[in-house]
Design a protein around this ligand. Sequence first.
Ligand code: MCA
Ligand code: AMP
Length: 441
Amino acid sequence: MSREALFGAAGALAERIGAAATVAVRAEAGLGTVVATLAGLLAGVPVVPVPPDSGPTERAHILADSGATLLIAPGPWTDGGLPGIAVDLGARSARTYPEPAPDTTALILYTSGTTGAPKGVLISHAAIAACLDGLADAWAWTPDDVLVHGLPLFHAHGLVLGVLGALRIGSRVVHTGRPTPAAYAAAGGSLYFGVPTVWSRIAQDPDAARALAGARLLVSGSAPLPVPVFEGIAELTGHRPIERYGMTETLMTISTRADGERRPGFVGLPIAGVRTRLVGEDGSPCPYDGETVGELQIQSPTLFHGYLNRPDATAATFTPDGWFRTGDVAVIAADGWHRIVGRAGTDLIKTGGYRVGAGEVEGALLAHPAVREAAVIGVPHTDLGQEIVAFVVLGGEVTERQLIDHVAGDLSVHKRPRRVIFVPDLPRNAMGKIQKKLLAG
Ligand code: MCA
Ligand code: AMP
């Protein structure tokens, strides 16, 4: 779709949704999602992308919590009682819209916490602009680039970087539907985005990897890129991949640069406008010696402006002096290079680049009548980074496959446990708290 056609179709849709308080979009990986998101941005109506495979529990929460008053979806998806409309890709409007106020909400992105249902992260127009301008600088991203990716359009990576990035910079974007090695190889782009699982699969497919030799920049993010994958990609493609670090709440904050060194295992330096610091458990600053681990904290124009309806959770993520607590554990070398070491706590799982809260999966399992107790952990996995494993104490009859399908159907497919292990009881400490570290062993 040309830029002119895209803005024409989005402008026409903006006229139809302008009265909505908040608009939910069933975010298939397709042009309809691009047009719907752009329409919301033009009209100044916050957009909530909803995973297209989300089951009744996850979807009901997102639709109710977000306060969406309209649903844009290509087909019937009527639960929630919202009026729905479809995108007309052929519609055109020449009406122009004033720039929305920078501090107003552009997107509400739902993301998992350690417990409970996902939280709506409020992201302003200004935060998106700051993030994309910072990335354009770090990656020398220009209108001459052809961006290629096949990531989902309901998270920051695929939607903010992978769609709005191309629109802000003016580069073309090719979405491959699924992020398969063959599709990336066939796309002929200059700039490629992937999560580490995608790069790992490309490194396992030498023909596909070699087809990327003509690209300008290969970028990995959303989870740690294993050093062997970095090296495999470098050897097969001739490109040392860029690694960048971010979160839904902060957008992108740290990256290696197109014109700079790429060091395996490191995410590089703060992007323009971003400040970082490393803080020890006692709250004191950590030395930048490449060894001392501390919590990474951020101040940045790319920061979110809170969790929707959750002032308690918002307050808990900021220090008294106004720094955002990432919950990620890092080291900073003497030359300022950042390395992400892991996460504090075991209840946030990163699987295939998706962030999944153990508590949400446990809740879905416990809602099954045959489950008496459940504990969910992330186990190291070469393809997915971590895989979701559930330990279940039964109170009735059910199979592993039925429980996996139950979570896939009630939440969404990527939140399903890949394995369920039935146990007679769960290890608990004297306080009765489940000792997940013992399960991981
Ligand atoms: C399997 N399937 C099922 C079931 N099991 N369907 C229903 N019920 C089941 N029990 C089907 C799925 O529908 C799918 O079908 C196929 O099996 C494979 O499922 P999936 O688990 O998705 O595949 P995978 O191969 O394990 O996926 C790997 C992946 C994926 C493609 C790398 O994990 C992915 O797209 N990750 C990207 C995550 C991401 O974008 N994160 C960014 C978050 P079918 O194939 O037909 O659809 S934002 C972020 O992290 C920050 C901001 C940052 O820093 O970027
Ligand atoms: P999400 O909000 O889904 O975007 O997940 C954000 C989390 O992904 C961060 O808090 C990190 O734990 C992880 N993450 C993102 N990028 C990287 C990276 N390059 N290296 C290590 N972890 C990363």
